[in-house]
Design a protein around this ligand. Sequence first.
Ligand code: SF4
Length: 385
Amino acid sequence: QCVAVCPTGALTEVDETGNVIRALSDPSKTVIVQTAPAVRAALGEEFGMEAGTLVTGKLVASLKQLGFDYVFDTDFAADLTIMEEGTELLNRLSKHLSGDKDVKLPILTSCCPAWVKFFEHQFPEMKDIPSTARSPQQMFGSIAKTYFADKLGINREDLVVVSIMPCVAKKYECGREEFKTNDNPDVDYALTTRELAALIKISNIDFRTLPNETFDNPLGESTGAAVIFGTTGGVIEAAVRTAYEIHTKKELPRIDFAELRGMEGIRKATIDFDGLPLKIGIAHGLGNARKLLEDIQAGKSEFHAIEIMSCPGGCIGGGGQPYHHGNAEVLKKRQMAIYQEDKNKAIRKSHENPHIIELYKEFLGEPMSEKAHHLLHTEYFDRTE
Ligand code: SF4
């Protein structure tokens, strides 16, 4: 097992590839894999392809060749995140607008574990402001080890959930105690994009000549809203697409929100929710996040909702992605690939994902139901003690 250690001692990056290979070779285990949105926009670079080449179909084909029993998509869980986080936003907003002083705004996104760890250490007195929605990685694990394990008729201990992530912080997130049941984690192992590339190479799979294959169902179906989670501004744009239609009960006049896109470290936009001006802030990079948090602390924040991602550009620039050596052009090309994938999708709003609709009907009930709360939400801790 390879262990890379951060020179400051702040982070230990453990390569779980050996454990994944062992699980794949164990006939008593069903091994499933989920792939984060940003991976498909960068993995090709490890095989000499141009930055910004979308390799979704080849990614799926390579995972099938590696022997995973089911190849699923974290994007499915990103759609689920929007159902929960969008509903939470609307609940908090309507209470706030009706004068409930106990309800705090802005709501902050919570899908980036490095950002979660940051506010738990640096701003613990504000730990009730972020959304309680788990990240898509953890929502996926939770649904896989309950709903999907039930469908297969197996115990959660016999289902191994592997993630392919653009991120090193996602490894740490899998180990958080609140994401375990009887010591069994919802997500067993997270590999980075680079680690997956290395595994494909040592397995003698010729990635460039692979055919395009499609994700398995039911946890592989996703919308354009989910794929844009992979870049800065995407989570909040996805939330707007769904929250607007739920709040106004009208169809969105447009799907693309160019005012939420871009690469500036801090951005702001006002979206008209049919007469209600919803003020949105976006920050990527923790220095930028700190500025927005200090405004909230000082009572000066103008926003109803803020998206924060730790990495430059969001997950496309994650620490587990192919090295881009600070080249902003590479990030821009990956970002364009993400928006292209969104455009290619037949369905582009999370609440229209048919398998998400089915999941609520068959298993969860409503967004924010007691069951959804138990399986899809979390709590935060003061880490200064
Ligand atoms: Fe991970 Fe970076 Fe994405 Fe946060 S922004 S989830 S740290 S890759």
